[in-house]
Design a protein around this ligand. Sequence first.
Ligand SMILES: Cc1ncc(COP(=O)(O)O)c(C=O)c1O
Length: 476
Amino acid sequence: MATPEPTESPQPPRHQTPEEFRAAGHATVDWLADYLAGVADRPVTPGIAPGDVRALLPDRVPEAGEPFEALLDDVDQVVAPALTHWQHPGFYGYFPCNSSPPAVLGELLSAGLGTQGMLWSTGPACTELEIHVLDWLVDLCGLPDRFRSDGPGGGVIQDSASSATLCAILAARDRAGGAPAIANLVAYTSTEAHSSVEKGVRIAGFEAGQLRAVAADADHAMDPVALAEAVAADRAAGLVPCIVVATVGSTSSGAVDPLPAIAEVAAEAGAWLHVDAAWAGSAAVCPEHRHLLEGLDRADSYCFNPHKWLLTNFDCTAFYLADRAPLLDSLSILPEYLRNAASDAGEVVDFRDWQVPLGRRFRSLKLWFVLRSYGVEGLQAHIRHHVAAAGALAERVAAHPRLELAAPPSLALVCLRHVDGDDATEALLAAVNATGEAFLTHTRLHDRYVLRVAVGGTWTTAGHVERLGDLLDAHA
Ligand SMILES: Cc1ncc(COP(=O)(O)O)c(C=O)c1O
């Protein structure tokens, strides 16, 4: 039998050289700068049908690598025309999802550094910068001192408010006895809470009937009397109130639950209080909006999303705990392969224990870049400009013969409807969105169809909101 020829040993792939990477990176930033400079000239939403994008993509991965220019070309030709442009100044749908140049560059650095910060030891600066900027946010937003890292509490960046709320529910569940006790535990939130509360409770192993949807008042805020009654009835039935999730800035109308009264009920019942201010929390950079958070000093946990309205790219949720021990008790598992001297000595924070996944990105870089680039003045200007623009729109709606406010304006969210009823309101939404200049979404309040105008895009100015007012006027 013939001896086989020695095979060539496998070679690494061809990577971009540093010079090629530099050129491709410059070209990418150039493309993005042009995109942002021109995004207002595109229709906010693309006129495409399901499957249109896939029809333009090859069936398989190319056998040989392609030049970078071809990739960027396809972003230009295939991807960008088929996007809903969240950074368009006429985007008023859902809640904003801010992006800003310093945050983009922070993201780029985070990707390039490629740090996986599950443990302090896997990237000490990744963990320490995160602790530090979250303490900065406590100062910036006037949050209670109990959320600072130098006491029993502290902050951590989660991917989303949904994850933060889930973590709060898990910690509360386990503090109240965990899996063996779960059949007797009850969670409370309002009928206007975000769907992530229901999802979190479900993931945590509660049955649907163990979440009480507490009635809201006429302005869509949780009724604390109804909460107290529900809690009392459950306790009388031998059940254990486990967690109350209150909302500051509800998704449909921006309603603010009365935290002081809710905190009183939660404390009396021994239940965990989590406050979800996913959107509205960013407004606390302005002292004049901090009254919305009155009572937060009695909350066990709190979250808000700089990725909504604080110029920081998705994903970035600031999640704070008054006492981190219950969360760590719920989520800490230490396999041998993650043991290290710093963790064993108990000298460091390992953020893997503060979240559901093990691995984590270096998210604090982009937040740090935003806070330093804009400064307190810039961040306050961002919020104040939008609140003022939304206020002017609300006045215009209130004075309009064919439009009316559907809820009290909240910060930079205006809810409105056509006086002729749901069909007319729905037709107005379709007509405004069909212009391509603006994009609104809807909700239902008091069982009526309502348009939501969520002012807050990075590039949205008072002038754009005035133009939206003209469009509403023209199509109402
Ligand atoms: C009040 C509230 N909570 C939670 C969420 C969910 O946020 P995320 O996408 O970060 O999970 C939203 C989203 O709009 C929200 O408005």
